[in-house]
Design a protein around this ligand. Structure first.
Ligand code: DON
Length: 333
């Protein structure tokens, strides 16, 4: 196979990035659209006005405006990082075959998507695929798997992440749908472990507390070939980052992933507590937090702020300029 080249580039200077982060915050703060998630009772109690925008550059530079230090539960954003840990443990082919990479075109908690696909979970970013992915984590017991997730996601964040026990208990008491999804996967032979134990680990991973700054650093680790730019420690391989970002581009915003990619042009992942992480390979991670969501479960202000930054910082991975300088063997201007 030919050598893999990376899509690296440079951001504007530190002060300009700082100013553009502030612009993005002001731009998105004007929206009060959307509604706070309430199907997990503990999430309904959050202040809907909280809002923070953070950028972590791959050289370790951090930028942030607003409530970037406020903790909230990571929810579905955990799926991206648990997927990376499982890819690291099992490799590209095994995970692609067992979990898949294609969008369902349906909501994150769809049951019918499983039925329509003969029990295949389709991709690791919907609940079925995420539960099946968590089940693949190495470890002799659910307790060991949970500790591996906590340690792995903490390594991505560069600090120890803690469980929000109120959110965990609230979701564990109301997650009949996820238990049904896990039982359905079991009926298709897609989960070998005890399905309810797997859902419990999955529910814990969703209740890990993060800040917008943590999300930016976690995203920046994926942008930096798997090395955390703050701790300097390798968390996963560059190949795992590439695979994870491809899956995020196709599925990170569920049935809205196409619109997100069309408008913003970055791999990203949302969570129902209001977090979004977006990744600009070779440049930076963006973390936002604002609890009001669109009907698909994606933070409205988070999307607006990320779209603003993608344009202002030139991050869209599909955007290019024509070559104007002559280059050897190429065409003249
Ligand atoms: O499983 C659930 O329903 C939640 N723990 C996570 C869902 C979620 O974050 C969907 N995202 N936008």
């Amino acid at each position: 196979m030919v050598e893999q080249h990376t899509c690296t580039g440079v951001l504007p200077g530190w002060e300009q990035v700082d100013r553009l982060v502030a612009d993005a915050y002001e731009y998105a703060r004007g929206s009060a659209d959307g509604a706070v998630a309430d199907y997990i009772p503990a999430l309904a109690q959050v202040d809907p006005e909280l809002f923070g925008v953070a950028v972590a550059e791959v050289d370790g530079g951090l930028h942030g405006v607003g409530d970037v230090g406020v903790e909230f539960s990571i929810q579905s954003i955990s799926k991206a990082f648990v997927y990376a840990l499982v890819c690291q443990a099992l490799g590209h082919d095994a995970v692609a075959e067992r979990i898949g990479v294609n969008n369902t075109g349906l909501a994150f908690d769809s049951v019918i998507a499983i039925e329509l696909n003969d029990g295949h979970p389709m991709n690791p970013m919907v609940n079925a695929g995420a539960i099946a992915t968590t089940a693949l984590l190495p470890g002799g017991s659910a307790g060991e798997q949970w500790e591996a997730i906590r340690a792995g996601l903490s390594a991505f964040a560069g600090r120890p992440l803690e469980l929000d026990s109120a959110v965990y208990r609230s979701e564990a008491a109301t997650n009949q749908r996820n238990r049904a999804i896990a039982r359905l996967l079991e009926s298709y032979g897609r989960i070998e472990a005890d399905p309810l134990e797997v859902v419990d680990v999955y529910t814990r991973q969703c209740a890990l507390r993060v800040t917008a700054t943590d999300l930016a650093v976690m995203g920046s680790t994926l942008a930096d070939g798997g090395v955390n730019p703050i701790s300097g420690k390798r968390v996963v391989s560059a190949t795992v980052c590439r695979d994870t970002l491809a899956v995020l581009a196709a599925n990170g915003l569920y049935q809205r992933s196409g619109e997100w990619l069309f408008d913003i042009g970055l791999p990203g992942k949302s969570g129902v507590a209001g977090g979004i992480v977006a990744v600009s390979p070779g440049k930076a991670g963006i973390g936002t937090f604002s609890p009001r969501l669109d009907p698909a479960g994606n933070s409205v202000r988070g999307k607006l702020a990320t779209a603003h930054l993608s344009r202002a910082l030139g991050l869209n991975i599909f955007a290019s300029d024509a070559v104007t300088e002559p280059r050897s063997g190429g065409r003249a201007p």
